[in-house]
Write a protein that binds this ligand. Structure first.
Ligand code: PEP
Ligand code: MG
Length: 572
């Protein structure tokens, strides 16, 4: 059987499926006959020991990759062996409760007590208890762990959708490919998959119900197909296609460390998009002209407490040091929309992408915003820090954000704490209302960066994650190109830096058009950097300008795409 999907991260994989669905424990409350009590007690201890082994394995892996997350796992081990809870669970079993019912009852009791605490930090521990409850119950029921962080065999992960925290904690060495029912090229799953170079096929409708765990598949994330139960001939053919793909990728990779200079000798700044600032991302900075987008919200994800000022300061410093004199564009916390945090409960909204998101949320949660700004400004004493505000829609937004910056600067002055005095302040252009007044916005800021992922969402009025309307999310819509052209012209006229850090920046068809508009700065995930530099080296800017002019006269996204494919066939 062949299913079609959207190949958002190119590559080919042959392997077995793991259906990824969160575990939901259903507890059996049947009373235990007296003679079964001793066996139940030892079953409880066995389950607790298996849970401990899982946590130990996770702990030792995270200790190297992510010490912050490792600490949380250590706390989970302490909960698992909490003496008071352990005693109460054993008493409940001895009173005739089933193992699962006893574990469930005692954990729920403590979750309730802790959840009512007046101290927010103690209240936050309830979600750790909940996590350990599920882990222990799953082990009591003999169900194997399904967690992308602790995969033991290489698998093709199939899910309805993946949360950013799933992908952030995923053991990437064991994920052959990702297949999901929802999501498109600008979803976070797509962005992470590309940066990890994991083939990903998204938007395959109802696929969870068609597949089984362990079933063999071929994921062709070049041409957008998922082939189930392949024959030996098909597997052979795809192994050949994979080798060919890998050879092409290796050829392109030769450009990774080169300078982004066009055929006619113009230097283009090719910058990097990063998330959690892990060792790999920090290493990759050397191949680029700086960090064009640091999605700082990844530092807040997959943890139960907000990152402290000191923790953030150290991370920002590390990135700034690695970048040297090149810019590090730190985007302030961008949550809401599709991005949620365990460490900050947000009210449910009917239209989260149009709701209290990013800067709007930071202006409301000033303490969180100020902590981040303090950490950033302090780190800004070294390197070349650019601070960027997301989801800006008006001049008021810019002025309100800058007012908070001034407050933080005054606090630091009062406390005699050193901070960067040459830090630049800029905005993301991702709402049409600010793009349309780029001539005014440019006067209030030092720089801007166009977030084409959201710009497309808000220009075409299409939820970027809603598969049912994916065909209306047209990144090549003429309105997109006209908005970008206008913005670039205004910033170039004012002599202030303008960049594109959305997915169009690294898109092989759109990027030459952006250069044609006069963009000289583009930022993208590491997976696109080598290809972008290769295209730049083969591109003449006069030709790019001609294309850009033509594109703005065209009527439909389809017409533009066909024209670019044809015009750029010798370049890409
Ligand atoms: C964008 O919207 O283009 C962008 C870069 O931000 P994000 O994808 O993180 O929303
Ligand atoms: Mg955005």
């Amino acid at each position: 059987m062949v299913y079609q999907g959207n190949p958002v991260s190119e590559g080919i994989a042959v392997g077995k499926i793991m259906l990824y669905e969160p575990f939901v424990p259903v507890v059996d409350t049947t009373a235990l006959p007296k003679e079964e009590i001793p066996a139940a007690l030892s079953r409880y201890k066995n389950a607790r020991n298996s849970a401990k082994k899982e946590l130990e394995a996770l702990y030792s892996r995270l200790q190297q990759d992510d010490p912050g997350k490792a600490k949380i796992i250590k706390a989970h081990m302490d909960i698992l062996f909490d003496v008071a809870m352990e005693e109460e669970i054993q008493d409940a079993i001895s009173d005739g409760k089933s193992v699962e019912a006893a574990v469930d009852k005692i954990f729920r009791k403590y979750i309730r007590i802790i959840g009512k605490s007046a101290d927010e930090r103690i209240r936050e521990r309830a979600s750790d208890l909940e996590d350990v409850r599920c882990r222990l119950l799953r082990n009591c029921m003999g169900v194997k762990e399904k967690n992308l962080a602790v995969l033991t065999d290489p698998v093709v992960v199939v899910a309805k959708d993946l949360f950013p925290s799933d992908t952030a904690s995923m053991n990437r060495n064991k994920v052959l490919a990702i297949v999901t029912e929802v999501g498109g090229p600008t979803s976070h799953t797509a962005i992470i998959a590309r940066s990890y170079e994991i083939p990903a096929l998204l938007g395959v409708p109802d696929i969870l119900f068609q597949l089984q765990n362990g079933q063999e598949v071929i994921v062709d994330a070049v041409d957008g197909a998922l082939i189930t139960d392949p024959t030996d001939e098909e597997k052979e053919a795809y192994r050949g296609k994979k080798v060919q793909f890998q050879e092409q990728t290796a050829e392109t990779k030769k450009y990774l460390a080169s300078d982004g200079v066009t055929k006619d000798g113009v230097k283009i700044e090719v910058e990097l998009n990063i998330g959690s600032a892990n060792a790999q991302e920090v290493h990759d900075i050397q191949y680029t002209d700086g960090v064009g987008l640091f999605r700082s919200e990844f530092l807040y994800m997959g943890r139960d407490t907000l990152p402290s000022e000191e923790e953030q300061y150290k991370i920002y410093r590390k990135v700034l040091m690695q970048a040297g004199n090149n810019p590090v564009t730190l985007r302030t916390l961008d949550i809401g929309g599709d991005k949620k945090l365990d460490c900050l409960e947000l009210p449910k909204e009917d239209n989260p992408f149009l709701g209290n998101r990013a800067l709007r949320l930071c202006l409301q949660h000033r303490d969180i915003f100020k902590t981040q700004l303090r950490a950033a400004l302090r780190a800004g004493t070294i390197g070349n820090l650019w601070i960027m505000f997301p989801m800006v829609g008006s001049m008021d937004d810019i002025r309100n954000a800058k007012a908070v910056v001034r407050e933080v600067q005054q606090d630091l002055d009062r406390e005699n704490i050193k901070y960067g005095k040459n830090v630049k302040f800029g905005i993301m252009i991702e709402i049409p209302s600010i793009a349309m007044i780029a001539d005014l916005a440019v006067k209030e800021v030092d720089f801007a960066s166009i977030g084409t992922n959201d710009l497309c969402q808000y220009t075409t009025a299409v939820d970027r994650l809603n598969q049912n309307v994916a065909k209306y999310y047209q990144s090549y819509h003429p309105a997109m190109f006209r908005l970008i052209r206008y913005t670039v012209e205004q910033f170039n006229k004012a002599g202030k830096p303008i960049c594109v850090c959305g997915e169009l920046g690294g898109d092989k068809l759109a990027m030459p058009v952006l250069l044609g508009f006069g963009m000289r700065r583009i930022s993208m995930g590491i997976a696109s950097v080598a290809r972008a530099k290769k295209i730049i080296s083969r591109l003449d800017l006069r030709f790019a300008k001609e294309m850009a002019d033509k594109v703005c006269q065209m009527e439909t996204a389809g017409e533009i795409e066909a024209y670019l494919k044809d015009s750029l066939k010798d370049v890409i």
